[in-house]
Design a protein around this ligand. Structure first.
Ligand code: ADP
Ligand code: MG
Length: 332
């Protein structure tokens, strides 16, 4: 199977929204009047972002999911994406499963594959997504990292830490039951981009970011861009961990035995969560609750933004905790 067979067989589908899809030197995408294009690019590299033996269906899902998560963080509606793919060989069953995982998520978000590049090489997947944000009276409704204000509430969506729990278990750093591993691994390999929540928060959130490198590190991006500080109620994060006793995936018979410190580390510095971290004025609490409800996404109030710079971690008693938590950095 040659390069052009790979494209034609696995990736080329009739153009829908795009004015021109796969097959020419460029794709053509017509932004709707009164909108801005939101554009983001994320690369997944074997050995860095996934194991060589990862299920290709999950990999197709994740490669697009991490990109859709960036659109979600900006409150952008997905439109289209390109796929640059380096493959060691043209393995038919691998490609079929990868394309299926990719297109299932793409179709769920009505996001169209409009082009890409295909080359031989070490497995590497680079997707660029294009989304749409309305302009209202010339003002963009995009959610940015820079909009947090002193007094705002700080929220996080969904579940935290389970992806890292799965990674640690797969690397043999801790042992968990098969059913815990299954639930946690689902979060690692098939994250849910919070697109509906991002759209629902467009006129409500003052700032937003998606969590890819760990909550502490990603929160610090909001604080820096917005030139504010925050206090974080660390123990409010623990029930957000799906595998934490009493939480979403936890079953009494196979509880994970970690110390408080280990649970805190999962929630604060886990990474690969692809949840939304966002701020909103306290006057918008009812609107935030409605956005959570309409998007069917749990949202948790976890702290406050302050004028006072820096990040303060507080325990359940309101006592200050040390902050040794490092976020992920490819070159650190
Ligand atoms: P060019 O040489 O002009 O860059 P290519 O021969 O690489 O074009 O690609 C031919 C067509 O197939 C282009 O429309 C390109 O966007 C598309 N394409 C290539 N690889 C992929 C891929 N992995 N997924 C989707 N479209 C692809
Ligand atoms: Mg060309």
């Amino acid at each position: 199977m040659g390069e052009f067979d790979v494209i034609a067989r696995y990736f080329k589908r009739p153009a829908r929204r795009a004015a021109l899809g796969i097959g020419d030197d460029c794709a053509l995408l017509q932004p709707a009047p009164g909108t801005q294009l939101a554009i983001s690019c994320d690369m997944l590299v074997q050995g860095r972002h996934f194991f060589a033996d990862v299920n290709p269906h999950s990999l197709g899902h994740k490669a697009l999911a991490v990109n859709l998560s960036d659109l979600a963080a900006c409150g952008a509606k997905p439109l289209a994406f390109t796929l640059a793919l380096a493959l060691p060989d043209a393995n038919a069953s691998w490609l079929a499963a990868f394309a299926q995982g990719l297109f299932e998520l793409a179709d769920a978000h009505d996001c169209e594959l409009i082009g890409g590049d295909t080359t031989a090489g070490p497995l590497n997947i680079c997707i660029t997504v294009y989304g749409e944000v309305p302009l209202v009276n010339g003002r963009s409704l995009a959610l940015l990292r820079s909009g947090a204000r002193a007094g705002d509430d700080l929220y996080v969506s969904g579940t935290l830490g389970d992806a890292r729990l799965a990674l640690n278990a797969l690397q043999g750093k801790l042992s968990v039951s098969a059913s815990v591993l299954r639930a946690a691994r689902e979060r690692l390999e098939r994250p849910t981009p919070r697109v509906a929540l991002g759209l629902a928060l467009r006129d409500i959130a003052s700032a937003a970011i998606d969590l890819s490198d760990g909550l502490i590190g990603d929160l610090s991006h909001i604080l820096k861009s917005s030139q504010v500080g925050a206090s974080l109620q660390v123990d409010r994060l623990l029930p957000c961990i799906g595998c934490y006793p009493g939480s979403a995936y936890a079953k009494a018979e196979d509880q994970v035995d970690l110390t408080l410190e280990q649970w805190r580390t999962l929630a604060l510095a886990g990474g690969d969560d692809y949840e939304l971290l966002f701020t909103a004025p306290p006057g918008r609490r009812a609107a935030v609750a409605l956005a959570a409800q309409s998007s069917q996404t749990p949202v948790h109030h976890i702290g406050q933004i302050s004028a006072n710079p820096g990040l303060r971690l507080l325990d359940a008693q309101g006592l200050l905790l040390p902050n040794p938590y490092a976020s992920f950095d490819h070159f650190a």
